[in-house]
Design a protein around this ligand. Structure first.
Ligand code: NAD
Length: 482
């Protein structure tokens, strides 16, 4: 007899405990072999003064089992509390978030009866690095960080996922018409990696029109890979148009750890009333069973669940007089699924699973990139200044030019305002002043920068940050002004 697999379970907040009980009831009835360690995370932990929402002992359990089945939690309103979800993804290195969004027509109402797509969302980088600063009275900043290694990992994961799950196309959503360096890198890495998978169709959309197409004709998409923020937003859209956010589960996969959950939140207004639909968490648990190699149990649970939907046994969120037969609560829904274990859907597509996920994660290791020559050729000095026009600032700053560095341009929120700016351009108190190396071909060092900053400081300016301007193997590593 095969051994039990240890997993860590958190019952969460709001509807969390009810949908977790229902989920565990179904999967253990189906014969899942699990040793469950329960941890407490979320609201009560936050309110005890732990700003992370998780106790150190809970990390010990996660590090031991490496598999986390998590119900949604409530993050209390107000400042100071850190997102447990973001912390878990980062601490455990869960770089891939997989969100299948499938419609169950005609049993669950949807405008998109043929929709069957999977969003593969990068989970660790982008604006979710959480590096934010207030720099002046007027201006706040959030840093968007995209790495080549992070992009390679997630894009390769998306292609491996497509191969293992018999998917035909991997689409990439980016906004590289605007973010030419960060999203440009993601696009370039997609082009490179897609070459390794000639059997998979490739396609790239700018995220805005791509999102519009996905909302209009989702049946034209298969796997869509994207950066963190786009994936966060669009996977909720995709789940909702498939039928209900209450129906979608998600996995968060890393090299060594994995977390499985519903995509929805803790729906506090529905809590404690035996109303919530446990399907999202249940499908998260199905992904978990696959991940730990209990694929037969996963398929058994998934097929029984499909049969329950087909039989019109529906919770309030998907109940419609025209398509449903019986409106049930959370517990009754779970009971209905348990009573159908071993059955297959008649009209909806039956699922069968092979062992895949661990292989995908392992294959996602990236090689070492070639080291490129990095030449410092200028600096952007950002000033907090509110004492005149762009012309005035240009005239003063020209006087701080050093032997090696001279003022090249000034922009305000990315729009060039000096030289030859448009006096109509609204300027705030936040100025980007670009100084470039004075002789073409020359390379600067940090002391050149320090000399310039000394002169700027001596002239009474408040510099709030600097960004070095580099060429990498002669290719510029910074954006030009707009
Ligand atoms: P939500 O997803 O909790 O609920 C939105 C609405 O969707 C609910 O009012 C309800 O009508 C419906 N709904 C959601 N899940 C359902 C289900 N299983 N069955 C039936 N109906 C369901 O979003 P929200 O109201 O914005 O957030 C509530 C709390 O959840 C917040 O504290 C938020 O921070 C948290 N949250 C947690 C997670 C997570 O733990 N992964 C994710 C998102 C939001």
């Amino acid at each position: 007899m095969s051994k039990n697999t240890p997993i860590t379970v958190a019952h969460g907040d709001g509807i969390g405990p009810e949908i977790m009980d229902a989920t565990l009831n179904i999967i253990t009835s189906a014969g899942a072999k699990l040793d469950i360690e329960t941890i407490e995370v979320g609201e009560q932990v936050y309110l005890r003064g732990n700003v992370a929402g998780i106790e150190p002992s809970a990390w010990d359990s996660l590090k031991r089992t490496r598999v986390f089945l998590k119900a949604p939690i409530t993050t209390p309103q107000g400042g100071g509390y850190k997102s447990l979800n973001v912390a878990t993804r980062k601490t455990l290195g869960l770089y891939a978030n997989i969100r299948p969004c499938i419609s169950y027509h005609p049993y669950v109402m949807t405008k998109h009866p043929k929709m069957d797509l999977v969003i593969v969302r990068e989970n660790e980088e982008d604006l979710y690095a959480g590096i934010e600063h207030r720099q002046t009275q007027d201006v706040y900043q959030c840093l968007k960080l995209i790495s080549r290694s992070g992009s390679e990992k997630i894009i390769r994961y998306a292609f491996e996922y497509a191969m293992s799950n018999n998917r035909k196309k991997v689409t990439c959503f980016v906004k590289d018409n605007i973010m030419k360096l960060t999203d440009g890198l993601f696009h370039q890495v997609y082009n490179e990696i897609s070459e390794e998978y000639p059997e998979i169709e490739k396609e790239v959309w700018i995220v805005d029109i791509g999102a519009a197409k996905m909302a209009d004709t989702p049946e034209n998409f298969d796997v869509i890979v994207m950066e963190n923020l786009y994936g966060d937003i669009l996977s909720d859209v995709a789940a909702q148009i498939a039928g209900s956010v209450g129906l979608a589960g998600s996995s968060n996969i890393g090299e060594n750890y994995a977390m499985f959950e519903a995509i929805h939140g803790s729906a506090p207004r529905r809590a404690g009333q035996n109303l919530a639909n446990p399907s999202g968490l249940l499908l998260g648990a199905v992904m978990m069973l696959n991940h730990i190699g209990q694929s037969e149990v996963a398929a058994n649970v998934h097929n029984a669940w499909l049969k329950t939907l087909e039989d019109g046994i529906h919770t309030y969120d998907i109940f419609k007089d025209s398509t449903s037969k019986e409106k049930v609560g959370t517990k009754e829904f779970a009971k209905a699924v348990v009573s159908r274990l071993g059955e297959k859907p008649e009209k909806l597509k039956e699922v069968s699973y092979k062992k895949t996920a661990k292989k995908e994660a392992k294959k996602s290791k990236t090689g070492k990139a070639k080291i490129q020559r990095k030449d410092l050729i200028g600096i952007d000095v950002f000033l907090d200044w509110n004492s005149g026009s762009a012309e005035d600032l240009g005239a003063i700053l020209k006087k701080v030019n050093t032997e090696n560095l001279k003022l090249d341009l000034i922009s305000s929120r990315g729009i060039k305002v000096w030289p030859d700016g448009n006096p109509e351009t609204y300027c705030t108190d936040h100025w980007r002043c670009r100084f470039m190396v004075s002789t073409d071909g020359e390379v600067l060092n940090n002391s050149d920068i320090i000399t310039l900053l000394d002169r700027i400081n001596d002239s009474g300016f408040d510099f709030i940050k600097t960004e070095n301007l580099y060429n990498f193997d002669g290719v510029s590593g910074y954006s030009k002004d707009q």
